[in-house]
Design a protein around this ligand. Structure first.
Ligand code: ADP
Ligand code: MG
Length: 323
C-alpha cells in the first residue's frame, strides 16, 4: 500500500508548487477568505499553509489522508464547469506519502483543535491542542523518502518562483480572498481580499503596468469577458504576462493567446507581447476538459466564436480608446 501511495503521489505531486496548489485549493473549498502561504528553500524543506476555513472534524482527519477519500461530491457536470477540478481525494494522501506532514485544525465551534502528524503515510501523532478556527498544514522535506524524485527538483530559487507565480494567479483569480505569501521570511505578496483587481495587479506588477491599463468588457450569448489589459506602451518580451482565467481558473490556451496577440498585432513589434488579466466566463457545457494530473487541457466547443469575440473586444478597446 505504501508503494502504491508513493507511485500515485508521483502523478499528483510533482514538485513543491503542486503541494501549494492542492492545499490552497482545499483552503478555498473550505470557505476560507484569509489564506497565508509560507515557504522556505523554494518549498523543498518547508511549506506552511494557514486558512480560516471550516476546519476538519477530529474523527475525519485520518480519513482525509486516505486515497480517494473526499468530502466533496463531484459530478461530471461539476468537472465541466472547471470550477472544481481536482484529483478527487488524492491530494492529501499523495502529499503524506512523500513528505512529513503536520496538521493543526479546529472546526468553528469545537472546543479544542487537533494536531496530527503523518509521515510517509504513517500516523505519528494525534493529540488535542488549543488552536484558532481553521486549518494549518505544515509540509516538510518533500520527497525525503523518494530520492529519485528529489533529484528531479530544480534549484530552490526556481521551485520558489513556480510557487510565486502560482500565488499570483491564485490572488488574481480570487480577488475576494486575502492572500499572504512569504518566502524565506520575506512577504512577497499580500492582497486585501476587497475584490479590487486593479489593486492586486498593482501589488504584483507594480506602478508602470497599473498606470497603463484599459478596462475591458465584452461578450455575446455564449461568453462574457472582462478584466484589464495593458496599453501597447507596456509591452513585454514574453507571454508570461498574458494572464487569463476561464470560469475562475488560470489556464493556458493557444487559442486565447493567439486571439490576444492578433488583436494587438498592429500595435506591437515582433516578439513583443501584451499584458493582460482577462476573465472569461462561459457555460461549462461549452468546454471540454481533459484532466490529467500533470497538465490540464481545455478545448472550446466553439473555438472560433471564442477567438472572434475576444479579439473583437480587445480591438474595440485598442482602436477606440485614447492610447
Ligand atoms: P479533495 O479536495 O478532492 O476532497 P483532498 O485529498 O485534497 O481531496 O482532501 C481530502 C479531504 O480533506 C477534503 O475532502 C476535505 O474534507 C478535507 N480537507 C483538506 N484540506 C482542508 C482544509 N484546508 N480545510 C478543511 N477541510 C480540508
Ligand atoms: Mg483537494
Amino acid at each position: 500500500q505504501e508503494t502504491i501511495d508513493k507511485i500515485a503521489a508521483g502523478e499528483v505531486i510533482e514538485r513543491p508548487s503542486s503541494v501549494v496548489k492542492e492545499l490552497v485549493e482545499n483552503a478555498l473549498d473550505a470557505g476560507a477568505n484569509v489564506i497565508t502561504v509560507e515557504i522556505k528553500d523554494g518549498g523543498i524543506s518547508f511549506i506552511r499553509i494557514t486558512d480560516n476555513g471550516c476546519g476538519i472534524e477530529k474523527d475525519q482527519i485520518p480519513l482525509a489522508f486516505l486515497r480517494h477519500s473526499t468530502s466533496k461530491i463531484r459530478s461530471v457536470e461539476d468537472l465541466l464547469t472547471v470550477s472544481s477540478l481536482g484529483f478527487r481525494g488524492e491530494a492529501l494522501s499523495s502529499i503524506a506519502a512523500v513528505a512529513q506532514v503536520e496538521l493543526i485544525t479546529k472546526p468553528v465551534g469545537a472546543l479544542m483543535g487537533v494536531r496530527y502528524v503523518i509521515e510517509g503515510s504513517k500516523e505519528k501523532a494525534k493529540e488535542e491542542i488549543g488552536a484558532p478556527d481553521g486549518t494549518t498544514f505544515l509540509i516538510r522535506n518533500i520527497f525525503y523518502n523518494t530520492p529519485a524524485r528529489r533529484k528531479f527538483l530544480k534549484t530552490a530559487q526556481t521551485e520558489g518562483s513556480y510557487i510565486s507565480g502560482l500565488m499570483e494567479h491564485m490572488a488574481l483569480s480570487h480577488p475576494n480572498v486575502a492572500f499572504k505569501f512569504i518566502a524565506n521570511n520575506q512577504t512577497k505578496l499580500q492582497t486585501s481580499g476587497n475584490g479590487n483587481i486593479k489593486e492586486i495587479i498593482y501589488h504584483i506588477y507594480g506602478r508602470d503596468i497599473t498606470a497603463a491599463l484599459m478596462e475591458i468588457h465584452g461578450g455575446n450569448e455564449e461568453i462574457t469577458i472582462h478584466g484589464f489589459v495593458g496599453k501597447p506602451v507596456v509591452t513585454r518580451g514574453n507571454r508570461n504576462f498574458e494572464n487569463y482565467f476561464i470560469n475562475g481558473r488560470y489556464i493556458k490556451s493557444r487559442l486565447i493567446s493567439k486571439s490576444i496577440e492578433d488583436a494587438y498585432k498592429n500595435f506591437m513589434m515582433l516578439h513583443q507581447y501584451p499584458f493582460t488579466v482577462l476573465y472569461l466566463e462561459m457555460d461549462g457545457q461549452l468546454l471540454d476538459v481533459n484532466v490529467h494530473p500533470a497538465k490540464m487541457e481545455l478545448r472550446f466547443q466553439n473555438g472560433e466564436g471564442v477567438y472572434d469575440c475576444l479579439r473583437r473586444t480587445l480591438e474595440d478597446a485598442l482602436y477606440h480608446k485614447d492610447l
